[in-house]
Structure formats: C-alpha cells, structure tokens
Design a protein around this ligand. Structure first.
Ligand SMILES: NC(=O)c1ccc[n+]([C@@H]2O[C@H](COP(=O)([O-])OP(=O)(O)OC[C@H]3O[C@@H](n4cnc5c(N)ncnc54)[C@H](O)[C@@H]3O)[C@@H](O)[C@H]2O)c1
Length: 223
C-alpha cells in the first residue's frame, strides 16, 4: 500500500511512524515547510513533496489529511476525486458548506473514509458505551462533560501563539477540537438542538475563542 501523509506536524508524523511500524513500505510526506519535509525524510525514509497535487501524482492508495483544520475539506475532496481512500483528521471540516460534496464523492467512487476522532477506541470510553448499552444505569436523562487543556502544553516545542489552534485563518479554536461532540453522539445518539456561547477571556494570547459552553438536547431526550 502507498500512503500519502499531508501535514507533517505532530499528528501527521505520529501517523507516519505508526504506518512504518505496521510495515507500510511506501510512505510519502507532504508539507509546506522544508524543515518538516526533511524531518520526515530522515526519520521515515519516504519520498517528500511540497504540495498535495505533487503527492497525488505519485498515485497513493490512501491520503491522510493531517494539515490544519482550514484545509481538511478541500484536501479530502481533491484526494477523493483522484480515487484515494481517506483518513481525515478531525474535524472533517470547519464548515458544513461543501461537506455533502465530499460524502457524494466518497459514495460514488466507493472509497473508504475515516475521521480521526479517536476517543471511541479508548478502553474507558468503550466501557462507558458498554455500560450504557447494557442498561444497568437505567434510562440516561442527563450528561455533563467538562473538558479543558492548557494550549501551551500541546506542542512544547513551538510558540503556542503560532499554532493552528490559535489562528482564525487556520480555523483553530476549542469548539473545532470537536472530540466531545463526537463521543457524546456516539454514546447518546444524535443531537437535536444546540445552543451555546464562546468567549475570548484573554487568558491566552490567541486569536480564537479560549472558552466555550454548549447546551444540547439529544433526540432521545437526554439533556
Ligand atoms: N485525532 C486527534 O486526536 C488529533 C490530535 C492532534 C491533531 N489533530 C488534528 O490534526 C491536524 C493537525 O494537527 P497538528 O497538531 O499535527 O498540527 P501541526 O501544526 O503540528 O501540523 C500541521 C502541519 O501541516 C502543515 N501544513 C499547513 N498547511 C498545509 C497545507 N496546505 N498542506 C500541507 N501541509 C500543510 C504545517 O506546516 C504543519 O507542519 C489538526 O486538524 C488537528 O485538529 C487530531
């Protein structure tokens, strides 16, 4: 199998290392930054390219979209048009506009597409799912999630103010970190109503929101 990894930052390199460990022989790395491409080349020993288009020219079977949020949808659609299976890092998109086109492309070309929302594979979350499904807790009527992280700890090797999550033009911000919405719908079913607030408290020197609250009603009635 030939795999093209687009975006050779924290998670892109982690995927590349995992593929290498799993024995994938043909790995291609794509990044805008020369220094990231060189790191991939020396560590993974794969081909390197500076654009997605150059990578697609090498006819990969699978494209891993691990670039900043802003680019996910367009890069996924371009890759799907070229007949590549997809692993798209979360969030699949920063906007609903154009998302249906991706779904249609994937269907029409019978492609495999997976979103990197990984918590569903964690043993603790699998246990929660099992307990809920078995019904031993009775009917679930409400759920509360409090999630928080300190952004400067995410990538200690770089200035957090320059990270994609700090930047509006890269569709950063905590809402699009999105894991909570993903595992809550997995555990409790589809959401029917949502309202919320986001704020920029100034605790961090970033352009995007640094705190958010969402109030959701699920189709099952759970609040
Ligand atoms: N599933 C998870 O748990 C998980 C964990 C971390 C990150 N992510 C997601 O992965 C994505 C990347 O996160 P990260 O922490 O690796 O960020 P990062 O900043 O470390 O890496 C992003 C890389 O993409 C490159 N890049 C920027 N624009 C590009 C373009 N147009 N084409 C190709 N490369 C481009 C950058 O130069 C950088 O090297 C984000 O969307 C994030 O939400 C998911």
């Amino acid at each position: 199998m030939k795999i093209l990894v687009v975006g050779l930052g924290s998670i892109g390199m982690r995927h590349a290392r995992n593929f290498k460990t799993l024995g994938v022989e043909q790995l291609i790395g794509c990044d805008l930054l020369e220094e990231r491409r060189q790191k991939f080349s020396s560590e993974i020993n794969g081909d390197i390219v500076s654009t997605l288009e150059k990578g697609l020219y090498k006819k990969p079977d699978l494209v891993v979209v691990a670039s900043p949020n802003r680019f996910h949808l367009e890069q996924a659609k371009t890759s799907a048009r070229n007949g590549c299976h997809l692993f798209i890092e979360k969030p699949v998109s920063h906007t609903l506009e154009g998302l249906d086109d991706l779904i249609t492309l994937v269907d029409e070309k019978s492609l495999f597409a997976h979103i990197g929302s990984k918590w569903k594979f964690h043993p603790a979350f699998k246990t929660m799912k099992k307990i809920i499904n078995e019904g031993s807790l009775g009917k679930i009527t409400g759920a509360q999630v409090i999630a928080g992280q300190w952004l400067p700890d995410w990538h200690p090797w770089e200035d957090y103010r320059n990270m994609y999550s700090a930047k509006k033009d890269q569709a950063g911000g905590i809402v699009l970190d999105s894991h909570e919405f993903d595992y809550l719908t997995w555990l409790l079913g589809p959401i029917s109503k949502v309202s919320g607030y986001t704020a920029h408290t100034g605790a961090l020197d970033i352009e995007t929101e640094d705190i958010a609250v969402a109030c959701m009603q699920f189709e099952s009635g759970v609040l």
